[in-house]
Design a protein. Structure first.
Ligand code: E4P
Length: 223
């Protein structure tokens, strides 16, 4: 299971890259809105220079033609790293776009997915990634863990190349829950990532050890 970062902020990316834990990056239109004032192309190119792995950027069009056109343009920025996030449109146009782009060697990430039917279609169409939105599934009254488990089982049984990404994370414990369902990737917002090293019992334990070390140093035999 790999960890991706869910952000478009350069400082956040630099900080988490320095931890050595992230293997890729995801963004969406709301994430870019947080970076108000930047130019999309310039910002994506900065991100591509930093991240040594797949970078998902959304083609926010509402039909297959629009998605394909935007995707072909974005892919020119770095065909190896750029992954085109494609909305799971209700009329099937997203699936059609993913199928067309993958045949051209452009990587896709079918996104905003909420159930196993959608995973089946994304995998069968040959998408490189398919993104399930954990908390938004739960908001709809469905157990997201079951959706992740069944989606992963479908992919494994059919031997599809598609990697399942799970996003829409609101608290550190979501990451633990999601890991138990074994997706290929969990994409984590910076705010949550920053909370993950913390555990109150770890802090308590380290205080105890620090105190013991001070006592040890006071009593240490000097040579
Ligand atoms: C994942 O790829 C998405 O960018 C993201 O996790 C969506 O999360 P949200 O429910 O916080 O919008």
């Amino acid at each position: 299971m790999e960890i991706f970062l869910d952000t478009a902020n350069i400082e956040e990316i630099k900080e988490i890259l320095s931890w050595g834990v992230m293997r890729g990056l995801t963004t969406n239109q709301k994430i870019f809105l947080n970076e108000k004032g930047v130019n999309f192309e310039t910002q994506v190119k900065k991100i591509l220079d930093l991240v040594d792995g797949p970078v998902s950027i959304e083609a926010p069009a509402c039909d297959a033609e629009g998605i394909i056109k935007a995707a072909r343009e974005y892919a020119k920025w770095n065909k190896k790293k750029v992954v085109i996030k494609i909305p799971m449109l209700a009329n099937g146009d997203g699936i059609k776009a993913a199928y067309t782009l993958e045949k051209e060697g452009i990587k896709t990430n079918v996104t905003a997915m909420m159930n196993v039917n959608q995973t089946m279609l994304a995998a069968a169409a040959g998408a490189t990634y398919a993104s399930l939105f954990f908390n938004r599934i739960r908001d709809g009254g469905v157990d997201p863990i079951e959706v992740v488990k069944q989606s992963r089982a479908f992919i494994d049984q059919g031997d599809y190349k598609t990697k399942l990404i799970v996003g829409s994370i609101r608290k550190p414990n979501d990451v633990i829950e999601i890991a138990s369902a074994n997706p290929h990737v969990i994409t984590i917002p910076y705010k949550i990532m920053k909370q993950m090293p913390f555990h109150e019992k770890t802090v308590e334990t380290l205080k105890e050890f620090d105190k013991a070390w001070e006592e040890f140093l006071k009593a240490e035999k000097k040579c």
